[in-house]
Design a binder for this molecule. Sequence first.
Ligand SMILES: C[S@@+](CC[C@H](N)C(=O)[O-])C[C@H]1O[C@@H](n2cnc3c(N)ncnc32)[C@H](O)[C@@H]1O
Length: 447
Amino acid sequence: MIRLPWNLLEAVAGSRNPRPGGRRGGVRPAGTTWYRLGKPAPQEIRPARPGAGPREFAACGTGCGSPQVMASRGQGDMAAPREAEIRKAVQTYYGQVLKKSADLQTSACVTAARLVPKHIREALRNVHEEVSSRYYGCGLVIPECLENCWILDLGSGSGRDCYVLSQLVGETGHVTGIDMTESQVEVAKKYIEYHMEKYGFQTPNVTFLHGYLENLEETGIKNESYDIVISNCVINLVPNKQAVLQEAYQVLKHGGELYFSDVYANLELPEEIRTHRILWGECLGGALYWKDLAVLAQKIGFCTPRLVTANLITVQNKELERVIGDCRFVSATFRLFKLPKTGPAERCQVIYNGGITGHEKELIFDANFTFKEGEIVEVDEETAAILKNSRFAQNFLIRPIGEKLPACSVSSALGSKGIITDPFKLAGESDDVKPRCSSDVAGGCCP
Ligand SMILES: C[S@@+](CC[C@H](N)C(=O)[O-])C[C@H]1O[C@@H](n2cnc3c(N)ncnc32)[C@H](O)[C@@H]1O
């Protein structure tokens, strides 16, 4: 559940009146008119550009129901006026207004504490307090089987997820964080030595870069150089979502995956929401219609998105509720695999051999597949191809259906219940059973 953070509303749009009894986040962007939400409609916001209506960005393009294909890498570097304007507002908010996660005053705790494995809880506890206190994510983006992996974090902020992953990939792995907000990158860089010493690493295995997700090449990131790309509550803030997904695809090795948490809508958002600068800043106006993720993924060449977790977001602000109307939002984690183009795949039976750190007995791969050590599971063609061609291959015995697998005590086939792809359905199913996270475990709130 997300309670809208007053200070972001104040930051992006300004506030005439301080929130009653509330904390003020920081500086006011120059030239904005200040008002407080919850009062009558915020008509006083200065138009975004000459000709734009009050409280509006210019009309949205890619990733807002009308995705366009970016022809090649690097086209995202020349930010269109609207994109530049959004970037500036986002940079001001994350660079100057927010000082710590608690300033958000949200309850977007989307990760069930009881599902966080012990080794990740321990890794989270090792992260420096200043880094953790500036965490603004909306999910847990720590996949499995990480030893020696090269990982890229898109929109790494102060670097909390990078430092957790840096421990889990080990000294022979590497983590790169990239973010466009300089002060966040500075905080992240400040603690490299602290963490390396804490982990007992001779050579730092983490690098932080200042740059834009829409053009990774510009920052010196090479094609096909990462095993995993992660991102935590960032892509909703980028107008050109296709450019970001395309860039992620380009820099992934074959068999690699994009594992990311973000905010999604239950429909193609109407223009009133897409162009509402407060809702954009709130991570809602830029939310992708969840079905569009599969469309974008297919266009770019990723496999079908694999839904991992989902939690409903609720908005507790009368004025914004009115604008939002019947639209609903969910925070969800998906995994998108980039597979080598090989021949036709076939349905298979697979056995998990165990052995993945922290998931020795059971590997919860996504909302549909849980692999228990030694158990036969029948999987569809694409899941078989993913397991065969990714870093998980070494942990599975995989045979086409018909070929005999070694005798096992339990046999389990993909049941008739069907594959869950809708995060709203999953959130509806799981919302009541998941406890709210505790800040020392997964933390994380989406502004
Ligand atoms: C909600 S914060 C999440 C930060 C971090 N992932 C975390 O979990 O703490 C969003 C981050 O995305 C960054 N960001 C947004 N748009 C970006 C873009 N186009 N290029 C690079 N960074 C961007 C912002 O600077 C901000 O640090």
